[in-house]
Design a protein around this ligand. Structure first.
Ligand code: VTB
Ligand code: MG
Ligand code: MG
Length: 328
């Protein structure tokens, strides 16, 4: 355990409090599953999340929010949340990670929050980030953005003790990844192409036997990068991220937020340090979390709640018998 982790543990009660927030947002979004309306689903999650966060006894500041890039509904970077009576904390969130997968009712849409002591999450604008992430159990530095995809997958296969053909990389299905995909296929490794949801993609690397995913690679959102790092801090694993600041405007926005070197490669601890509490609730069914289930007398949610300080990973399967509080 690092020094900074020992110095500032968060109040552990926050774990259950933030699970409530992601649960409520997940139920709100789930009402829009499969209806083809991404904005409505996102807005419902954002509204529910803001409402629940504002009930928490914290002086919270949003440092990572998602939505600027595609002008989606959002909780804004810099927005203050909570009653103001309680600890000063920084918050990273994505009220609905995978709006398109929710609108199409495809797997792995999540509601996500991370809470950390002030100043311990990377303050990044909503730009793209190149990422590489693996789960626990590998020697440090086995993969790195400083090396090619082929070198990384070869080293990973060796560390895992399998031929490279038995390694699976999870990658967002985007035209920008065509060269990466071609390189990996030429090498003979397998690829799981996902439509959205790279926070889930990174989390899935922590349990390859269950998910079939060994490594996450490629360019996704920077907010999702910080959220995924918060999750890995709790579950174990390695990650690197590099912001994609390819215009003067983006470089200026990043600089305003404290980014000095636009090409810097951030390690897991650079992305999220100190004590971090993370919660994600499934909206649609996924590899590690069930989606929201609605019944005539109750609603069920499945939430992953974790804390880096104690390295506790909890699965909370909640039955909500009061359907009315969800407006049903
Ligand atoms: C990823 C994915 C998200 O944004 O971060 C992606 O995980 C990156 O942006 O679910 P593009 O869609 O522009 O490639 C999301 O798709 C949406 O937040
Ligand atoms: Mg979102
Ligand atoms: Mg997102």
């Amino acid at each position: 355990m690092s020094e900074s982790q020992r110095q500032s543990p968060l109040d552990r009660v926050l774990s259950i409090e933030i699970a409530r927030v992601t649960e409520r947002a997940a139920v709100a979004a789930a009402l829009w599953r499969g209806r083809g309306d991404e904005k409505a689903a996102d807005q419902a999650a954002v509204d529910a999340m803001r409402r629940e966060l504002n009930k928490m006894h914290i002086a919270g500041r949003i440092v990572i929010g998602e939505g600027e890039r595609d002008m989606a509904p959002m909780l804004f970077i810099g927005e203050e949340v909570g009653t103001g009576q309680g600890p000063d904390v920084d918050i990273a969130l994505d009220p609905l990670e995978g709006t398109t997968i929710c609108a199409k009712n495809l797997p792995n849409a999540l509601t996500v929050i991370a809470v950390a002591a002030k100043g311990s999450l990377l303050n990044a604008p909503d730009v793209y980030m190149e990422k590489i992430a693996i789960g626990p159990g590998y020697p440090p530095g086995v993969v790195s953005l400083r090396r090619s995809a082929s070198e990384n997958l070869t080293a990973l296969a060796e560390a895992k003790g399998v031929p490279v053909s038995q390694v699976t990389a999870c990658i967002l299905d985007r035209p920008r990844h065509a060269p990466l995909i071609e390189e990996i296929r030429a090498l003979g490794a397998a690829i799981r192409l996902i439509g959205d949801g790279d926070v889930a993609g990174v989390i899935h690397t922590t349990d390859p036997e269950e998910t079939g995913i060994d490594v996450y690679m490629g360019i996704g959102g920077a907010p999702e990068g910080v959220l995924a790092a918060a999750a890995l801090r709790c579950m174990g694993g390695q990650m690197e991220g590099r912001l994609q600041l390819n215009t003067n405007e983006k470089r200026a926005r990043a600089e305003e937020m404290g980014v000095r070197d636009p090409y810097r490669i951030y390690t897991l601890d650079d992305l999220a340090s100190g004590d971090v509490i993370f919660a994600a609730t499934g909206v649609t069914d996924g590899n590690l979390l069930n989606g929201v289930r609605m019944y005539s007398n109750r609603i069920e949610t499945h939430t992953l709640v974790m804390r880096s300080y104690s390295r506790t990973v909890r699965h909370i399967r909640a039955r909500h018998y009061d359907r009315e509080k969800f407006g049903l």
